[in-house]
Ligand binder design. Sequence first.
Ligand code: ASP
Length: 329
Amino acid sequence: MGLTSRAILAAVLALATAVAPAMAPAQSAYPNKPITLVVPAAAGGPTDTVARLIGESMTKTLGQTVIVDNTGGAGGTIGMARVARSAPDGYTIAVWHIAQATAPALYDGLKYDVVADFDSIGRITDVPMTLVSKTALPSKNVTEFLAWIKAEKAKATYGHAGIGSASHLCALMFLKELGVQVEGVGYRGTGPAMNDLLAGQFDFMCDQTTNTTGHIKDGKIRGYAVTTKFKVSSVPDLPTLDSGAMPGFEVSAWHAMWAPKGLPKDVSDKLVAALQAALKDPKVVERFASLGTEPVPADQATPEALRSHLVAEVKRWDPVLKAAGAKGN
Ligand code: ASP
């Protein structure tokens, strides 16, 4: 290489070095790699269904793949502990539900603070629940079903997704109302629990319409009632518990998105915008409707609304769970 060529090369290298820092922000603009969306319950269950629909839509908005990672167990506390410990860079986020609010009352020595260790992104949906059983039970409607449980309580079994999960809370409240104790069987999520209900391994479950609608319609499980105060269009034949056997009964499973505490503002803004876009995505709206739910109103899909909802829900569930003597560990 001659002197001139070397001089030109040196000049080019110097220029490249000078320009590189100026280009760095553009190259590293969030997101520039796939995002892990932790679902603290097993694949195939209701939270997984909600998370995958939202993740698919956010992938379109963010231009990076949102990959669902199922980390179930211990009523969701294993997955949420993982998220709390992750770097607050927007590459690890979570979709979880009402169990975020019940965990403090249930799990002694919880390794994270459900409010302080997370940044809220927004609420997603509030899913009605259904009382369902295996088809082998003799009961054909809710009155017969309640009578069957009362008669068979010592032998009856119900499935749930771990202590403090939505399915567990619903069953706890329902059985308390009925005044009977029935043995529960815990799973890593109601995806696997549903497989066992379909196979007749236990008798009944209270689970979200996002997991039960299809099987009720196909006649593979029997639906008895919904747990909201309103009837649900995806399962129009089911009465509300409130209007019949259990006036005032109301429980549903709200879902939301969180990130580890300390997200940079620009990253948080992008996630919030992508979540809000997902809640307006016609594909999400349509699929939610077919599963008996809908996105929360826009004013509830904000970080502030989620934060205050969570704080209120922690307060609401703490005395209920303590009075019920429920413990996760
Ligand atoms: N939603 C379920 C429950 O809490 C958990 C899951 O998504 O599998 O019952």
